[in-house]
Design a protein around this ligand. Sequence first.
Ligand code: ADP
Ligand code: MG
Length: 720
Amino acid sequence: MPVVVRSPEPAFAQPISALSGVGPKVAEKLAARGLLTLQDLWLHLPLRYEDRTSLTPIARLQPGVAVQVEGVVEAVERGFRYRPMLRVAIGDASRGTLVLRFFHFRAAQVSQFAVGTRLRAYGTPRPGQHGLEIVHPSYKLLGVEGEAPLSETLEPVYPAIEGVGPAVMRKLITQALDRLPDQAALELLPEHLLGLPDGSRLPSLREALLTMHRPARDADVAALSACTHPAQRRLALEELLAHHLSLRRQRIALQQHRAYALSGRGGLVARLRAALPFELTGAQERVFTQLRADLARPQPMLRLVQGDVGSGKTVVAALAAMLAVEAGRQVALAAPTELLAEQHLANLRGWLEPLGVRVAWLAGKVTGKARAKVLEEVADGTAQVVVGTHALMQDAVAFHDLALAIVDEQHRFGVHQRLALRDKGARAGDGVSRVPHQLVMTATPIPRTLAMAAYADLDVSAIDELPPGRTPVQTIALSAERRPELIERIRVACAERRQVYWVCTLIEEAEEDPKAPPRGGPANRVEAQAAQTTFEQLTAALPGVRVALVHGRMKPAEKQAVMRAFKQGESDLLVATTVIEVGVDVPNASLMVIENAERLGLSQLHQLRGRVGRGAAASSCVLLYQGPLSQMARERLDTMRQTSDGFVIAEKDLELRGPGELLGTRQTGLAAFRVADLARDAGLLPQVHALADHLLEHAPALAERITARWIGGAARYASA
Ligand code: ADP
Ligand code: MG
């Protein structure tokens, strides 16, 4: 979205088309990448740098080290070995010879390389057939007597943009930088807040941008490559600040709405607690106290409760629901799958119906008359608690008086779905517009640093303690070669009436799994074992064991039926794909095998493993892997063996994968950072928060401008 245009336009808002060499075509290509104004070009930072400030004598080249060389063409050879090829040998005063090799070239190019021509080339030499060679170097012809000045600065290499060549891009950025305003006009951060805790100071924005685009020849290239240079930290700081401010602004916007203050005496809460067969853990108590305080306020709550699988989030949500019911209002609880929603329904009915609370059920499969009846109860308020799936968010669903919307496993929903549910409760009845309180729950713990940055628009609570009496799941990693031993072990377990999960990571060739492991590494080449085949093999290998199969290609009704049968003990061994990942509770299952475990990310492994260890029996999890393991895979498996603490695992996951993958872009837009990296720059966050507090209090207009500079106005977050 273009920044507000005033006249005369400030430099930052000038359109790129004002630069020379930008026709409508180029402008369009740039716009497609979000580059509209000069400011966008200033913030379009190099990916890496090439050092063309000096020449390296050819005799001193080392394989793998990028260099610039200058020499005279000594020989040209055009060949067709397997494909067309051009080899140009050059030599210099050091008496070294280097081959420049081209696979793609035009005829005109060939005639340029006359013997005796002087040229300058840049690239990374590698050992070839006849000594070192550079494949597809960038080069410049200097003519026979040619001379050209060396660059004064390191040469930036920008991210490729289709239809805009690197040379054009460099020219545009040079022009844009020439119009960079002086520091006073450019700087938005108060000078006195640029000090770092270690006493050093970050450079001004102007200085940082110039360093990034035109690093001096003595610049610390290592630091630049590692993205730890003060210039990068300065930009990362401002970018993190911009995102943080934007989230804070959403939060402020939410606070403008009203909500019902659910501040009853808690009679229902007390009755529910008294009826529970267990005591709440300290963590559950703490989180419920937080919820209760939030709900008592006439402003809408927006709180994320994270708690490891099995930490007991449901009962805490049920207690919160009682506060709304007691106030005579409604509660919605949405879960991402029907099975999970059904489980909630069973729990809530078990807990609440004895207290006289009416719990209704709404899922896709509720149709016809039954559906009409539920919709009516929801609309007239008879249904006090409504449990369901995405079906709850559909247009046809109208609540009488929704005061609390609970979304379980919120990472499985998009932001817009959560908002759709929230909007169900928006009313302007008595002249006051109200929205429901929102409680979102997740079993995917998010490291604290990340949560602070990613969720500045909501409050975060953690249930960081498991109910007593759980025996930790013993986890072992086993090479796939030892499968026969494992099968024997399963036979024994089933004979002891234990139930077993066998998880395959792919079914047939093409299961669309958005959470598929990162590609690359040797793991990539390993073909996943089809669940179908495994099912057949295990059925044959384990006579007397009742083997069942569930996978993503089955119809939802079939899936539910298989899962239900397993839960009821009608099968012993369940061969499954990752469809069982979320929330399913089968306390009698105490052994899990995860096949091709090396392919899965940490959080997914952790989620899967959370399916066992839910009952009193000691449980185990076998991570079956195909060697050889990549470094990453080895670290993941080691982490899984060493800990079952979801928060520790999440920290490790963040370290191994980075925040984009951890959170998904759907919810946060975090992956859209230009410079910042939450894992790397987490240390800046306290300063980001301090800056945000300061700006919001003393200079809200500056805060707006910082957000607009980095995020491009309100457009991206408008709906959140
Ligand atoms: P999750 O946080 O994974 O959603 P659940 O809410 O499904 O966990 O709880 C897991 C199991 O633990 C359920 O059977 C639940 O009844 C039980 N539970 C919850 N809180 C406690 C507690 N304080 N003591 C004992 N069992 C509990
Ligand atoms: Mg749950």
